[in-house]
Structure formats: C-alpha cells, structure tokens
Ligand binder design. Structure first.
Ligand code: SF4
Length: 378
C-alpha cells in the first residue's frame, strides 16, 4: 500500500494481551532486511539449533551493564560533589540494582549494598575518577560469569576492560555537560534515565489510496540513557551505546537517519513527557585499535517531524509484511541481497533453497523454537 501522508502519531502505554510480545527495532530491522528470515526468526521464533555462544550478544550485554553502572555512578558522585543526599541515594540504588541483575538475581538488595559500600571504600585508595569508576565495572565483569572464548580473540575480558578505559575517559567529561535525566532530584524513587524498557502502543493515522486509516503498533525496546544538555537549556538527549569492531566514518554516517534513533526519541518523549529531538550515539570499539583508528567515537544527531513521519512509513510497511505473511512464512519475500550480510552466510540458506512444501516440513521438523525477548536483552 502506498502511504501518501502521515496525519498523526500518538503514543500510549501498551494495554493489549500480556502474551503479545510486540516488535522492537531489531525485529523490524530483521524483517525489513529479509522478510522471509525476519518473520520466521522473530515472529515464529524458529531457528536451526545453535550450540555456539553468541559472543557478540554476550559481550554487548556485559558492556551495556557497565555503561548503565557508569551512568548511575555519575549520579552518585554528583550527589557527593553537590552534597545532596537524595542524589547519592538515587545513584547508589541504581548501581545496586545493576549489581543484582548482573551478578545474580537471587542476591538480595542488602548484600549488593554491602558490595557497593566496600567498593566505595576502595575508591578512597585511588586518585582519579577513571580509576574509581573502573573498580565498579571490574566488579561487574569479574562477577558476570562472562569468560573468554578461545575461538574469539577480540572479545576477551582484557580487551573489554581496555576499551572501557577509553570509553570512560570520554564519558566522564561528557556527563558533566550532559548529566543523566532525573525527574525529581528530591525523590529517591524518582524516574531516572538509565536502561529504560518501554512497552507502548503507537497509533499512526495515515492517508493511503485517498482513504484515512489508523494502525496501532505494539512497539517495545529499551533506552540506554536519557540525559539533559545543560548548555542547551536542559534540552533532552537520548544516549545510545554501541559496541563495534570498527568505528570508521560509515559507522558514524549510519546514525543521521537511523530509524532506531527516531523510534527511541519517541519513546524518550513518552517516558519523560518532554520534547525529545536529539540523540547521541556513543561507540566503543573492541578491541581498541593499537595504531590508527578510534577506540571511542560519538555523534549527536537531531530529529524533526519529517523524520518521525519517515519512521512511521517504515514501521507501517514492515508491519504490513508481518500481517501478510505471518500465517504463511514459507511464502514470505526473500531479499537475497541479505544472504551474506555481515560477510557471513545466512543460516537459513538450506531452508530457502528448498521448495515450498519442503520448507513447511523443515520448519516443523528440523527447526527449534528459541524465543528472544528484546526487553530482556540489549
Ligand atoms: S538465505 Fe537469503 S533469502 Fe533466505 S532468509 Fe537468509 S537472507 Fe533471506
């Protein structure tokens, strides 16, 4: 369907059935790249059995816990500098929550609080803020269960820790000008802009074939950070963390129009109830380059109404693919330009090279169900 005009985009909390997962950016991007792959993998949750670790995902998840911890610590240390107990409490509680998630969900709050207190004592023995923050991320990494894989020489613990030093040396000055958003600094239970899962209904009114339609999309995801720009009248800015193996100019260029960033600005607006038209993407390379290149790069990007309209067109188009093929995934469109994305053969090649009847059999008999919930991972 040709969409002639986006009339209105409005957002509300998701209020549909509890067992409906919704779609996040990764799912929509997967379907947009190859509908056949995306619908089978993300709507039917089917894959061929995987025995290998997904180190990219594990490593990314671990780094995101460290980034979240740095955000929480920045609030705590702001509280120390400004002699404000509520800020210290907000920061401390958020660090402790991250410890609980990373180390072991069964560890209770008081136990993790004790770890936090011990790490603060160790902070007294080191001089720089970089060293103090590193004590906390080292604790997370060393207790996360992550271990080196002999097959992957890049995503080693040593390389992750080294890259985090580069990240921190940039983040610490950035966060002074762009502190983490806190709804009410006097309320220790205030909403805080760190790792915010969202579960929304996005209602899009549009004109197609001279008729007006309304479509509601169940949109989910997680924001890494919501910050404020002190030098720009405290305007809101989304922070999106990325780990990458290369931070060249094309890496940077992809964010100017990224639908992921546009969707996150909408979610940021709903979470804070404030206008949110800016984002900053913070890239960390693992391993950090030894000679030329960048270990850390960041880019600030802006969004206007036309970006949200373009995002809505894309979301509607992807969701039309889902509607059209969810009950007959074996007939979904195959975008063969994606068969070697990221320079790796797509694991669905044997399925796609079979006839339609054989595909149905493979789907039922040879593939396993592996549900992935974006709200539980990055
Ligand atoms: S093999 Fe190619 S066409 Fe088939 S699902 Fe993968 S990307 Fe799509």
């Amino acid at each position: 369907m040709r969409i002639d005009e986006i009339k209105e985009i409005s957002i509300d909390n998701y209020d549909g059935p509890e067992n409906e997962r919704g779609v996040d950016f990764s799912i929509m991007n997967g379907i947009s790249t190859c509908p056949f792959y995306g619908i089978i993998r993300y709507i039917h949750n089917k894959t061929f059995s995987v025995v290998e670790r997904n180190l990219a995902l594990e490593c990314g998840d671990l780094c995101h816990k460290c980034f979240a911890c740095y955000r929480a610590l920045s609030i705590y240390f702001r509280g120390v500098n400004e002699n404000k107990q509520t800020l210290k409490d907000i920061g401390a509680n958020n660090v402790i929550k991250i410890f609980q998630e990373v180390v072991n969900n069964e560890l209770d709050f008081e136990y993790c609080k004790e770890i936090f207190t011990q790490l603060l004592k160790q902070c007294e023995e080191v001089d720089t803020m970089l060293s103090k923050y590193t004590l906390f991320s080292d604790f997370i990494i060393d207790n996360s269960g992550y271990y080196d894989d002999p097959e992957d020489k890049k995503r080693t613990i040593a390389n992750i820790k080294d890259s985090l030093l580069h990240y921190l040396s940039n983040f610490l000055s950035l966060v002074e000008d762009e502190p983490v958003w806190i709804e009410d600094e006097n309320d220790i239970n205030s909403k805080v802009g760190i790792e915010i899962p969202f579960n929304l209904n996005v209602k899009i009114k549009f004109i197609a074939n001279d008729e007006e339609f309304t479509k509601v999309i169940h949109f989910i995801g997680k924001l890494d950070g919501v910050h404020v720009r002190i030098k720009d009248n405290n305007s809101l800015i989304i922070h999106e963390n990325k780990t990458a193996s290369r931070l060249d100019d094309s890496w940077l260029g992809q964010w100017y129009k990224s639908h992921q960033i546009t969707g996150y600005c909408l979610a940021g607006y709903y979470f804070t109830k404030q206008e949110c038209l800016q984002a900053r993407v913070l890239g960390m390379q693992i391993p950090a380059p030894k000679t030329s290149g960048y270990a850390f790069r960041m880019e600030r990007v802006d969004r206007e109404q036309f970006n949200f309209n373009d995002w809505a067109r894309w979301v509607l188009t992807v969701n039309e693919f889902i509607e059209d093929y969810k009950d007959c995934p074996e007939k979904a469109v195959m975008n063969t330009h994606a068969c070697c994305r990221y320079y790796k053969q797509c694991s669905f090649v044997p399925l796609c090279c079979s006839n339609v009847e054989e595909r149905k059999r493979i789907l039922e008999e040879e593939m396993i169900t592996d549900e992935w919930n974006p709200l539980e991972s990055d």
